[in-house]
Design a binder for this molecule. Structure first.
Ligand SMILES: *Cc1c(COP(=O)(O)O)cnc(C)c1O
Length: 449
């Protein structure tokens, strides 16, 4: 039996014979019907719509590409997984099983890493907000404490007075790398001498072990050059410490910030064509270190805290079209069941969205809205998109970074998160929220009952 085709309202488009747009003659919109061999319609049937989907295979592949880029160029390299980028335990465990340490920026994340079985001596503890209890715990566990400001340095010195263990510390350094606006709110500044002051205070106190130098120069860095500047400046500090105190820095931590292949809003070309490769970042950083005055017999370990570039490609959002309508200016709009509450990154990326089954070849400028009663709930301002009917499915690519941590509970409940393992089996790794799970945190005073 053949099913009757659904009616599609005709559209009139002007033909610009011979004129191509910046991407040339664009072929028909591709479709994505499967993720790692699993049909998207099956995922939605089983786990509901919308659903987040994570590919274990892509995580492992991307991690190994990054690791290879650095370890083929530099003798000792260690990645630490940036928890805030995606701290689902299953995701963290995949990175840890590949050998990544944990990079955390709060007491909550620190405890999560410990609960994931990561010993303190494989945790890098960053961020401006470490409570006194957090610091005491980190000292006892032998974690690497990356100092952010002098108040933290003084607090840790007083903890060191009574602690049996010597704190292991690095300082976070911010600096002019030629990229503006400067990220100078974290750590100690290089140019104004604060970083050098902090290093001297640590060394003169004789109460802590200065083990590393850390920087995190920005995020979504679209050129590798600033990393070369940053690596040279950290190497210079390490050499200066060695000259003055005869003390070798054990590691240089270049932080995160590599761009993922997403396209920034307003970008002229797609991110996958313009963003540097791991090889290009690695070339910039390792050349700067190798060509510095660092003692070649005792090169510090190179730490990387890469976040978004390691996980963005592994994440997908699958969902369902709720409705289509015409806006007052005649533009088509499509309402989908994923809003900015789930897809926080749609505020700065032009996320790629695709149909999951064959659709008509006629594409039209379309605005894609989420389901929220909020004017800013826009997934794509304008995209040439074929007509998807109500109840048709769609998939959004490259959403693995930050969405599953920065999402907000607003108007709708958060959906299931599904992992596709390397054998193509699916597992729920975070259950969808329910009214009960959410209200379990609420209390109504007796007099209001
Ligand atoms: C957020 C963060 C990272 C990860 O950054 P990406 O841009 O996602 O690679 C690494 N280190 C620190 C200190 C961070 O705050």
């Amino acid at each position: 039996m053949t099913t009757k085709k659904r009616y599609e309202r005709p559209i009139i488009t002007k033909i610009n014979a011979g004129v191509t747009d910046k991407f040339g003659m664009r072929p028909k919109m591709p479709i994505i019907s499967k993720i790692e061999g699993v049909a998207i319609t099956d995922i939605i049937a089983k786990y509901g719509s919308p659903a987040f989907v994570i590919s274990e295979k892509t995580i492992r592949k991307t991690y190994n590409e990054a690791k290879r880029a650095f370890s083929t160029r530099y003798p000792n390299v260690q990645f630490a997984w940036s928890y805030k980028t995606n701290y689902l335990d299953a995701v963290c465990q995949i990175f840890h099983s590949e050998g990544a340490w944990a990079e955390v920026v709060s007491g909550f994340e620190y405890d999560k890493a410990i609960a994931n079985g990561i010993p303190g001596n494989k945790i890098l503890f960053n961020g401006p907000d470490k409570s006194k209890d957090d610091l005491i715990k980190a000292v006892e566990n032998g974690a690497f404490i990356h100092l952010d400001h002098f108040d933290e340095l003084y607090e840790l010195l007083s903890i060191a007075d009574t602690s049996k263990k010597r704190p292991k510390v690095a300082i976070r350094v911010n600096m002019d790398t030629g990229v503006y606006p400067l990220w100078d709110r974290f750590g100690f500044n290089y140019e104004n001498g604060e970083a050098w002051n902090a290093l001297n205070r640590i060394m003169l106190s004789e109460k802590m072990d200065l083990v590393g130098l850390h920087t995190h120069i920005g995020t979504y860095m679209m050129t590798p050059d600033p990393y070369a500047v940053a690596a040279s400046k950290l190497a210079e500090l390490a050499v200066r410490v060695d000259k003055k105190y005869n003390h070798k820095i054990k590691y240089i931590d270049m932080g995160g910030g590599f761009a993922s292949k997403n396209t920034l809003k307003g970008a002229y070309l797609p991110g996958k064509d313009t963003c540097p490769s791991f090889d290009q970042y690695a070339e910039a950083i390792t050349n700067a270190l190798i060509n510095s005055e660092l003692d070649p017999n005792k090169m510090p370990t190179l730490f990387l805290e890469t976040g978004r570039a390691l996980i963005d490609d592994a994440g997908y959002l699958v969902g369902t079209v709720l409705a289509n309508k015409r806006l007052s200016n005649g533009r088509r709009s499509m309402i989908v069941d994923v809003g900015v509450n789930m897809l926080f990154t749609s505020f700065w990326y032009e996320h790629e969205i695709y149909p999951v089954k064959e659709v008509s070849a006629n594409a039209e400028d379309t605005t894609i809205y989420g389901p929220l009663c909020m004017n800013i709930d826009v997934i794509r301002d304008v995209i040439k998109f074929p007509l998807l009917q109500k109840d048709d499915n769609y998939v959004i690519k490259r959403i693995g970074a930050y969405n599953m941590t920065q999402w907000m509970q607003f108007i709708t409940l958060r959906p299931n998160i599904v992992l596709i393992d390397i054998n193509g089996n699916t597992h729920i790794i975070r259950e969808k929220e329910t009214n009960e799970s959410l209200t379990s945190h609420e209390r109504v005073p007796a007099y209001l009952k």
